[in-house]
Design a protein around this ligand. Structure first.
Ligand SMILES: [Zn+2]
Ligand SMILES: [Zn+2]
Length: 366
């Protein structure tokens, strides 16, 4: 098995950190809990750091700095830069550069975590075997003008170590002496890093592998509510790839997107502004076009029963008529009421349900 690993391509620094922290989480953390037990302080510190640092990545690294989905007060930017560093996912400058490349080249060779190279590569392999960790930074000129971003980039390793390891250790010592300090280092420090990193990695792997594609089957990104819980709202990845500048990933009222809720709350407190939203009409028409594409692809398939084929053909005709009506409405710039949007929404939902019942909702459009 080991003879098949391309050792000459291994990035030993990144690999040692990722494997070392995972090893400590699986050995030293259970050993600590066995010998010293675990109290509410340790659990509370773990979750406080998990959410503070997790939101700094999703709200700060991803939606604010990589996609410019909203503007934030300098205190929010500074806080997400300091706390986000403790995720040990490198600086915002590097993260955003790779992430913008991911969106631009998704599923192709220049996508740094391309799912076409396999689930393992997209999850963690791209980091273990990343020999050239510094890209040319040619797509982050806007961030290079930001003195806070550049300050974080220059001191990323010191900030990361201080926030991720030194802070919980000192806090733990103040709470309950050396044993508590060791527990905080291992649980809120090491184990928290491993869990949070794998939550982020899931966006690059499982969010391109399992789930629905209601907005576009042209790329591998998928929507899955379970991933949205694991990733603080980033699991509606099909929507995100279609509309990457929207500050929302879970755009439907019932979808779980805590990062969106936090950005909205910050805007109400005057700490965020210019939240970018794709108009509701454009979103529903995108879903309509995708439903049509999936229907057409399925109708072109051989082996349909007569009943299924008739049902799909009738649905396709109805959708075509609706699409034509909307094209006409748009060309004549007619007013669109919320009732009209609600009717369109329910039509699209009905088609999605029909496709799902027939087991074809994730059919690859040719
Ligand atoms: Zn993606
Ligand atoms: Zn993104």
């Amino acid at each position: 098995m080991f003879s098949r690993i391309p050792f000459e391509k291994v990035n030993w620094l990144i690999s040692s950190f990722l494997i070392g922290t995972l090893f400590l989480s699986l050995t030293a953390v259970p050993a600590y809990i066995w010998f010293f037990g675990i109290d509410w302080f340790q659990i509370g510190l773990f979750f406080a750091m998990f959410f503070a640092i997790g939101f700094s990545v999703t709200l700060g690294y991803h939606r604010l700095f990589s996609h410019l989905a909203f503007q934030a007060h300098w205190t929010v930017r500074l806080l997400t830069l300091i706390l986000g560093a403790a995720a040990f996912e490198n600086s915002v400058l590097l993260w955003a550069c790779e992430h913008r490349n991911h969106h631009k080249h998704v599923d192709h060779a220049d996508d740094p975590y391309c799912i076409a190279e396999g689930l393992f590569h997209a999850h963690i392999g791209w980091l273990l075997f990343k020999l050239d960790p510094l890209p040319p930074f040619d797509n982050v000129a806007d961030l290079q003008k930001d003195p806070l971003v550049m300050w974080q980039h220059r001191h990323i390793h010191w900030i990361a170590a201080l926030v991720a390891f030194v802070f919980p250790t000192i806090f733990g010592f103040a709470w309950g002496g050396w044993s508590s300090a060791l527990g905080a280092f291992l649980i809120a420090g090491v184990a928290r890093i491993v869990i949070l990193q794998h939550c982020t990695f899931c966006i690059n792997s499982l969010c391109h592998y399992v789930g629905d594609r209601p907005y576009s089957s042209k790329c591998s990104a998928r929507d899955w509510w379970l991933m949205a819980i694991v990733t603080l709202g980033e699991g509606y990845h099909n929507y995100h790839h279609e509309f990457q500048h929207d500050y929302r990933n879970g755009v439907k009222p019932w979808q779980i997107d805590p990062t969106k809720w936090l950005i909205w709350t910050l805007s109400k407190l005057g700490l965020a502004r210019k939240l970018r939203r794709v108009p509701a009409e454009k979103i529903i028409l995108t879903e309509l076009a995708e439903a049509q594409r999936q229907l057409e692809a399925y109708l072109a398939h051989a082996g349909l029963t007569e009943a299924a084929s008739g049902c799909l053909a009738a649905t396709h005709l109805r959708l075509q008529a609706i699409a034509q009506q909307w094209t006409l409405r748009q060309s004549q710039k007619l007013e669109v009421t919320s009732e009209m949007l609600a009717t369109l929404r329910s039509e699209v939902r009905m088609v999605t349900r029909t496709l799902r019942r027939l087991g074809v909702c994730d059919l690859q459009a040719a």
